[in-house]
Design a protein around this ligand. Structure first.
Ligand code: AMP
Length: 189
Protein backbone atom coordinates (compact mmCIF):
# COMPACT_ATOMS: atom_id res chain seq x y z
CA UNK A 1 0.00 0.00 0.00
CA UNK A 2 1.09 3.54 -0.74
CA UNK A 3 0.23 5.64 2.27
CA UNK A 4 0.91 9.37 2.32
CA UNK A 5 0.45 11.88 5.14
CA UNK A 6 -0.20 15.52 4.31
CA UNK A 7 0.14 17.94 7.18
CA UNK A 8 0.47 21.63 7.73
CA UNK A 9 -1.08 24.52 9.63
CA UNK A 10 -4.78 25.27 9.22
CA UNK A 11 -5.18 27.11 5.91
CA UNK A 12 -2.05 25.60 4.37
CA UNK A 13 -4.07 23.91 1.60
CA UNK A 14 -4.13 20.29 2.83
CA UNK A 15 -7.70 19.63 1.68
CA UNK A 16 -7.22 21.17 -1.77
CA UNK A 17 -3.98 19.31 -2.42
CA UNK A 18 -5.43 16.05 -1.08
CA UNK A 19 -8.22 16.23 -3.69
CA UNK A 20 -5.64 16.73 -6.46
CA UNK A 21 -3.50 13.86 -5.16
CA UNK A 22 -6.52 11.53 -5.07
CA UNK A 23 -7.39 12.49 -8.65
CA UNK A 24 -3.92 11.62 -9.86
CA UNK A 25 -2.89 8.64 -7.73
CA UNK A 26 -6.23 7.05 -6.77
CA UNK A 27 -5.59 7.02 -3.04
CA UNK A 28 -8.37 6.88 -0.43
CA UNK A 29 -8.91 10.21 1.33
CA UNK A 30 -9.04 10.14 5.12
CA UNK A 31 -9.77 13.63 6.47
CA UNK A 32 -10.45 13.47 10.19
CA UNK A 33 -11.76 17.08 10.14
CA UNK A 34 -14.32 16.19 7.45
CA UNK A 35 -15.41 13.03 9.24
CA UNK A 36 -15.92 15.00 12.46
CA UNK A 37 -17.88 17.77 10.69
CA UNK A 38 -20.23 15.11 9.24
CA UNK A 39 -20.73 13.67 12.72
CA UNK A 40 -21.55 17.16 14.02
CA UNK A 41 -24.16 17.58 11.25
CA UNK A 42 -25.72 14.24 12.23
CA UNK A 43 -25.64 15.34 15.87
CA UNK A 44 -24.23 11.93 16.79
CA UNK A 45 -22.65 11.31 20.18
CA UNK A 46 -19.17 11.59 18.60
CA UNK A 47 -20.22 14.79 16.81
CA UNK A 48 -21.50 16.45 19.97
CA UNK A 49 -18.29 15.59 21.80
CA UNK A 50 -16.06 16.75 18.93
CA UNK A 51 -17.95 20.03 18.55
CA UNK A 52 -16.94 21.10 22.06
CA UNK A 53 -13.28 20.99 21.02
CA UNK A 54 -13.55 22.08 17.38
CA UNK A 55 -15.51 25.24 18.13
CA UNK A 56 -12.77 26.30 20.57
CA UNK A 57 -9.97 25.50 18.12
CA UNK A 58 -8.69 22.67 20.32
CA UNK A 59 -7.81 19.13 19.31
CA UNK A 60 -10.29 16.32 19.86
CA UNK A 61 -8.70 13.87 22.37
CA UNK A 62 -6.22 11.39 20.94
CA UNK A 63 -8.07 8.27 22.07
CA UNK A 64 -11.24 9.38 20.24
CA UNK A 65 -9.38 10.12 17.01
CA UNK A 66 -7.18 7.03 17.15
CA UNK A 67 -10.25 4.82 17.75
CA UNK A 68 -11.97 6.44 14.76
CA UNK A 69 -8.96 5.78 12.53
CA UNK A 70 -8.69 2.18 13.69
CA UNK A 71 -12.32 1.61 12.59
CA UNK A 72 -11.65 3.13 9.15
CA UNK A 73 -8.53 1.03 8.56
CA UNK A 74 -10.38 -2.12 9.64
CA UNK A 75 -13.33 -1.41 7.33
CA UNK A 76 -11.45 -0.86 4.11
CA UNK A 77 -10.32 -3.70 1.92
CA UNK A 78 -8.54 -3.54 -1.43
CA UNK A 79 -7.37 0.02 -1.02
CA UNK A 80 -4.37 1.11 -3.06
CA UNK A 81 -3.29 3.42 -0.28
CA UNK A 82 -4.45 6.30 1.88
CA UNK A 83 -3.85 9.99 1.97
CA UNK A 84 -4.11 11.01 5.61
CA UNK A 85 -5.21 14.65 5.74
CA UNK A 86 -5.27 16.35 9.14
CA UNK A 87 -4.15 13.15 10.87
CA UNK A 88 -1.86 12.60 12.73
CA UNK A 89 -1.89 15.88 14.63
CA UNK A 90 0.05 14.79 17.72
CA UNK A 91 3.05 12.55 18.36
CA UNK A 92 0.77 10.03 20.07
CA UNK A 93 -1.38 9.88 16.92
CA UNK A 94 1.72 9.50 14.75
CA UNK A 95 2.96 6.60 16.83
CA UNK A 96 -0.49 4.98 16.87
CA UNK A 97 -0.75 5.31 13.08
CA UNK A 98 2.63 3.64 12.56
CA UNK A 99 1.54 0.80 14.85
CA UNK A 100 -1.84 0.32 13.14
CA UNK A 101 -0.20 0.26 9.70
CA UNK A 102 2.53 -2.12 10.89
CA UNK A 103 -0.17 -4.54 12.04
CA UNK A 104 -1.46 -4.49 8.47
CA UNK A 105 2.06 -5.06 7.11
CA UNK A 106 2.22 -1.61 5.58
CA UNK A 107 3.65 1.82 6.42
CA UNK A 108 3.79 5.49 5.48
CA UNK A 109 5.87 6.10 2.35
CA UNK A 110 5.96 9.91 2.39
CA UNK A 111 4.97 12.82 4.60
CA UNK A 112 4.26 16.14 2.90
CA UNK A 113 4.50 19.21 5.11
CA UNK A 114 2.91 22.28 3.50
CA UNK A 115 4.76 25.35 4.68
CA UNK A 116 3.03 28.77 4.59
CA UNK A 117 3.81 32.05 6.42
CA UNK A 118 1.54 32.78 9.38
CA UNK A 119 0.21 36.12 8.00
CA UNK A 120 -0.83 34.37 4.80
CA UNK A 121 -2.55 31.56 6.77
CA UNK A 122 -4.61 34.06 8.76
CA UNK A 123 -5.69 35.91 5.60
CA UNK A 124 -6.70 32.65 3.92
CA UNK A 125 -8.68 31.40 6.92
CA UNK A 126 -10.53 34.70 7.38
CA UNK A 127 -11.44 34.66 3.69
CA UNK A 128 -12.55 31.03 3.90
CA UNK A 129 -14.65 31.88 6.97
CA UNK A 130 -16.71 34.32 4.91
CA UNK A 131 -17.94 31.50 2.67
CA UNK A 132 -17.39 28.20 4.52
CA UNK A 133 -19.71 28.80 7.45
CA UNK A 134 -17.20 26.79 9.52
CA UNK A 135 -17.59 27.58 13.20
CA UNK A 136 -13.80 27.55 13.64
CA UNK A 137 -12.86 30.03 10.88
CA UNK A 138 -13.16 33.16 13.07
CA UNK A 139 -10.34 35.37 14.44
CA UNK A 140 -10.18 34.00 18.03
CA UNK A 141 -10.42 30.35 17.05
CA UNK A 142 -7.94 30.79 14.20
CA UNK A 143 -5.27 32.00 16.63
CA UNK A 144 -5.81 29.09 18.97
CA UNK A 145 -5.69 26.61 16.04
CA UNK A 146 -2.37 28.09 14.95
CA UNK A 147 -1.01 27.84 18.51
CA UNK A 148 -2.19 24.24 18.73
CA UNK A 149 -0.48 23.51 15.43
CA UNK A 150 2.86 24.91 16.62
CA UNK A 151 2.73 23.26 20.04
CA UNK A 152 1.17 19.88 19.32
CA UNK A 153 1.47 19.10 15.61
CA UNK A 154 4.81 20.57 14.54
CA UNK A 155 6.84 18.13 16.67
CA UNK A 156 5.75 15.51 14.10
CA UNK A 157 8.22 17.12 11.69
CA UNK A 158 11.14 15.83 13.75
CA UNK A 159 9.42 12.47 14.18
CA UNK A 160 9.09 11.94 10.41
CA UNK A 161 12.41 13.55 9.58
CA UNK A 162 14.13 10.94 11.73
CA UNK A 163 12.34 8.28 9.69
CA UNK A 164 13.62 9.93 6.48
CA UNK A 165 10.06 10.45 5.21
CA UNK A 166 9.59 14.21 5.55
CA UNK A 167 9.27 16.47 2.50
CA UNK A 168 8.75 20.19 3.12
CA UNK A 169 6.69 21.73 0.34
CA UNK A 170 6.38 25.49 -0.08
CA UNK A 171 2.61 26.12 0.04
CA UNK A 172 2.19 29.28 -2.05
CA UNK A 173 -0.25 28.74 -4.94
CA UNK A 174 -2.34 25.71 -5.86
CA UNK A 175 -0.77 24.75 -9.21
CA UNK A 176 2.85 25.25 -8.15
CA UNK A 177 2.28 23.36 -4.91
CA UNK A 178 0.75 20.41 -6.77
CA UNK A 179 3.66 20.37 -9.20
CA UNK A 180 6.09 20.19 -6.27
CA UNK A 181 4.02 17.39 -4.76
CA UNK A 182 3.98 15.31 -7.95
CA UNK A 183 7.73 15.87 -8.37
CA UNK A 184 8.11 14.46 -4.86
CA UNK A 185 5.64 11.57 -5.14
CA UNK A 186 6.29 10.35 -8.71
CA UNK A 187 9.57 8.63 -7.89
CA UNK A 188 8.00 6.99 -4.82
CA UNK A 189 4.45 5.99 -5.87
P1 AMP B 1 -9.40 20.29 9.87
O1 AMP B 1 -10.59 20.22 8.98
O2 AMP B 1 -8.39 19.22 9.57
O3 AMP B 1 -8.80 21.66 9.93
O4 AMP B 1 -9.92 19.96 11.35
C1 AMP B 1 -10.85 20.81 12.02
C2 AMP B 1 -10.84 20.54 13.50
O5 AMP B 1 -11.20 19.17 13.76
C3 AMP B 1 -9.49 20.71 14.19
O6 AMP B 1 -9.23 22.06 14.55
C4 AMP B 1 -9.65 19.81 15.41
O7 AMP B 1 -10.44 20.43 16.41
C5 AMP B 1 -10.45 18.64 14.85
N1 AMP B 1 -9.55 17.59 14.34
C6 AMP B 1 -9.40 17.20 13.04
N2 AMP B 1 -8.48 16.23 12.92
C7 AMP B 1 -8.01 16.00 14.18
C8 AMP B 1 -7.02 15.14 14.73
N3 AMP B 1 -6.30 14.31 13.95
N4 AMP B 1 -6.82 15.19 16.07
C9 AMP B 1 -7.51 16.00 16.87
N5 AMP B 1 -8.45 16.86 16.43
C10 AMP B 1 -8.70 16.86 15.09
Amino acid sequence: MLNVVIFGAPGSGKGTQSELIIGKYGLRHVSTGEILRKEIEKRSELGLLADEYISKGQLVPDEVIIGMLGDILDEDRNVKGYIFDGFPRTLAQGEALDKMLREKNTSIVAVLNLSVEEDELIQRLLKRGEISGRSDDNPETIQSRLDVYHNQTEPLKTYYKRQGKLFIIKGDNIDDVFERITDTLNPIL
